[in-house]
Design a protein around this ligand. Structure first.
Ligand SMILES: *[C@@H]1O[C@H](CO)[C@@H](O)[C@H](O)[C@H]1NC(C)=O
Ligand SMILES: *[C@@H]1O[C@H](CO)[C@@H](O)[C@H](O)[C@H]1NC(C)=O
Length: 376
């Protein structure tokens, strides 16, 4: 324990030298006053070792690019803590977070007794209004709430990260975006108790390529419309991803509410599902998953392509397109789908309030209540 405390002290000195020329003694460290001509002061480094650290926020604006070199382990205090975010970067243009190190959210005790539908617990790493970010190689382990959140800002790449929490840990989404644009999530491994990647309101041009998910709930757009002022999502490209033992494969979910947002221009391409419960699903009859929904979703879903989705389902309905009677889905295309039932039976499709365009071979067979425009 003594060595921990000693390490924390060292760490705080680092923080103060590099990020804290202005407001010392506070939990907000301003990074704008370091000497931009001195490259060393633009690198914050966590060397080998384990360092316990309370919630902390690094606030810009900065005068140049900042590098956070994580080679050791930063460890959150155990149990529930009274903070939305544990490590937060705010208002930074040019941020690199890299290294072989780990953010350990110490979630185990925080998850105990967490009720379904309760507000989410503390996020491990939050980028808020960060532009030109690059997160690479790091590991995020056992976050209390979400692992990584990208809120607003954009032009950010997340690659070669490893995210891990048990399959039964509550609301431990891997990566969540909202209000952010031009985000690339590449070549990463994510296993959690909730969504692998969740794309929230206001996300634009999100490119997810080469990601392996599982366990967890798969890659999700949504939920959209929980708040009536949720913004629209447009431009989501998911390519070359594998879902292993996930509740859903690729999903769009919108709330039954008056929210008038839209979800448009989405492509799921070259997706492998391995024992997924709902490999392809649009769920517009969603209200949190804990009660019967009242009313209809007013979110318009349009121009969504599923191209080359193959693998196995553990439930017979492998394709479920449950659109809203209020706003039937438009421009939905299924191209070359091959999903068999894990234990060998037939898979089926279920569609409501949608006319699907089919191209290429289809297993499960197409929806009988749909128009088969290019059915082969
Ligand atoms: C997504 O990212 C991959 C990998 O960098 C790239 O090859 C691809 O062109 C991108 N796709 C889109 C639609 O941006
Ligand atoms: C499907 O197409 C038929 C025929 O064009 C049309 O009458 C119906 O409204 C369409 N349904 C939806 C949900 O778009």
């Amino acid at each position: 324990m003594n060595s921990y405390i000693y390490s924390i002290k060292n760490l705080m000195i680092f923080f103060m030298i590099i990020f804290c020329n202005e407001v010392c003694g506070s939990r907000t460290f301003h990074v704008k006053n370091y000497d931009k001509n001195d490259i060393d002061t633009q690198v914050f480094s966590v060397p080998d070792g384990t360092y316990v650290i309370d919630p902390i926020q690094f606030s810009g604006p900065c005068q140049g690019q900042v590098t956070f070199q994580l080679d050791g382990t930063l460890q959150a205090p155990t149990g529930k803590i009274d903070a939305n975010d544990w490590i937060k970067f705010h208002n930074v243009d040019g941020l690199i977070i890299q290294g072989s190190g780990t953010l350990n959210g110490e979630g185990d005790l925080a998850w105990v007794g967490h009720c379904p539908g309760c507000p989410p617990l503390t996020t491990s790493l939050t980028l808020s209004f960060v532009n030109n970010g690059h997160i690479k190689d790091i590991t995020s382990l056992n976050s209390k709430g979400f692992h990584i959140k990208i809120i607003n800002g954009g032009d950010t790449i997340i690659e070669h990260v490893t995210i891990s929490a048990p399959g039964d840990s509550p609301n431990t989404d891997g990566i969540h975006t909202s209000g952010a644009s031009n985000i690339n999530i590449l070549n990463s491994e994510i296993g959690t108790g909730d969504d692998c990647i969740s794309i929230g309101g206001g996300s634009q041009n999100i490119n997810i390529t080469g990601v392996t998910c599982g366990p967890g709930h798969g890659i999700s757009i949504g939920s959209i419309g929980k708040n009536t002022d949720d913004s629209s999502v447009t431009g989501v490209y998911v390519n070359g991803c594998t879902m292993s033992n996930t509740q859903n494969g690729v999903r769009i979910k919108t709330y039954t509410s008056d929210c008038m947002a839209t979800v448009s221009d989405v492509t799921f391409q070259d997706i492998t599902v391995d024992q997924s419960k709902n490999p392809i699903i649009i769920d517009q009859n969603y209200c949190g998953g804990h009660q019967e929904c009242i009313g209809n979703s007013h979110v318009q879903v349009s121009d969504v392509k599923f191209i080359g989705v193959q693998g196995t389902s553990i439930s017979p309905i492998a394709v479920k397109l449950q659109c809203s009677p209020e706003k039937p889905c438009e421009g939905i295309e299924l191209d070359t789908i091959s999903i068999s039932l894990n234990d060998g039976g037939e898979t089926t499709s279920s569609c409501s309030n949608v006319n699907v365009t089919y191209n290429g071979p289809q297993n499960p067979p197409t929806c009988s209540n749909s128009l088969h425009l290019n059915h082969m």
